[in-house]
Design a protein around this ligand. Structure first.
Ligand code: 5AD
Length: 346
């Protein structure tokens, strides 16, 4: 057994893995060792969640946002962006299309839109649950506990809220007017209410260090999140980070692999950012480094290009619903298959 494999063996199944070992994997730049790391994560993926790739149809129903996150293209200060909010009917039609493709999870995502009325969204959640045998995932940012409870009681099953970074100082500079403390409060509330809860980080942000990413990885593992999404940073021209370097694909894949090894049963998406970075599609690489989830886009086409959290987002012109067959061929190309079950965490 070579040195990197014994290191990975030491991490896998270890109730208290060491930060030094995680850091060593994270900083690895040797191409041969990287192949070993990804292959190890791939075998852990196969053993714990199998060869099926779970699908989550995403509907980006509003790009209004009250926040000014330094990396995000739909931040409130981007005056060039035309804002939209789908109607209840438009959302429910998109959800029907997801169901029509045999996909059994909808992710309802938006900016932190103060124009969202909690009762309006609760009614949509209830309607989806009445019409379809489907899981509803919300990804709509920070709200009060009573709002989270209200949506949970309306039938929402899961919630995505990325921590983005656990470094308090970096968190503060990236998120003016927000706090890591409230982010953590939200995640605590969501988990306590029985939401299957997802989090994650952006990889390659300016100011991030290997040490801070090691802490992020331990946070994501220790909190036992059901879903963990990792995407590379992609600079957006209408943000303060417009001139910063793009996050590295290799760094992103190493984080995905480490999370699979440290959190073997979590659902890990090959994120849309990984499919959009550098004008290429690295999602297959993600699926071969530990990921087991894809998130086809079901936002109606005229609005899709306006949900520009980063530039070069893939598939903005594809007809709504054409993603399903594409997912099938992606899976087939790497000897995997699409798993059409509801996809709760194993
Ligand atoms: N590059 C990469 N990912 C981004 N996100 C937002 N802006 C960017 C960007 N410029 C991610 C955040 C957010 C998710 C919806 O999109 O992680 O949680």
């Amino acid at each position: 057994m070579n040195a990197i494999t014994s290191l990975l063996d030491r991490l896998y199944g270890n109730p208290s893995p060491s930060r030094e070992d995680v850091r060593e994997v994270l900083t690895c730049t040797d191409d041969i060792k990287l192949l070993d790391i990804f292959a190890f994560a791939d075998s852990v993926r196969k053993k714990h969640v199998g060869d099926g790739i779970l699908l989550r149809g995403i509907v980006e129903f509003s790009n209004f946002c009250r926040n000014t996150c330094a990396y995000c293209g739909i931040n409130r200060n981007n005056a060039k962006l035309e804002r939209y909010r789908l109607t209840r009917e438009e959302i429910l039609e998109s959800v029907s299309m997801i169901a029509g493709c045999g996909i059994r999870t909808v992710v309802l995502q938006s900016g932190e839109d103060s124009g969202i009325d909690a009762a309006w969204l609760a009614d949509i959640i209830r309607s989806v649950k009445e019409r379809h045998d489907m899981a509803v995932t919300l990804s709509v940012g920070e709200w009060d506990a009573d709002v989270y409870r209200f949506w949970r009681e309306a039938g929402a099953d899961r919630y995505l809220l990325k921590i983005e970074t656990t470094d308090p100082a970096l968190y503060g500079t990236l998120h003016p007017g927000m706090s890591l403390e409230n982010r953590l409060r939200c995640l605590n509330d969501l988990q306590a209410m029985g939401y299957q809860t997802g989090s994650g980080i952006i990889a390659g942000l300016k100011g991030q260090t290997y040490d801070s990413i090691v802490e992020d990885i331990f946070f994501l593992r220790d909190r036992n999140f059901d879903m963990i999404g990792i995407g590379p940073f992609i600079p957006h021209g209408e943000t303060p980070l417009r001139n910063e370097e793009t996050g590295s694909v290799s760094l992103t894949l190493k984080i995905v692999a480490l999370l699979r090894i440290l959190s073997p049963t979590a659902n890990l998406p090959a994120t849309t950012a990984l499919g959009s970075v550098d004008g290429k599609d690295f999602r297959l690489r993600g699926l071969q480094a530990g990921a087991n989830v894809l998130m086809p886009n079901f936002t109606p086409v005229p609005y899709r290009r306006q949900y520009e959290i980063y530039p070069g987002k893939r598939c903005v012109e594809e007809p709504q619903g054409s993603c399903a067959s594409c997912m099938e061929s992606m899976a087939g190309s790497i000897g995997r298959h699409i798993d059409y079950s509801i996809g709760n965490r194993k």
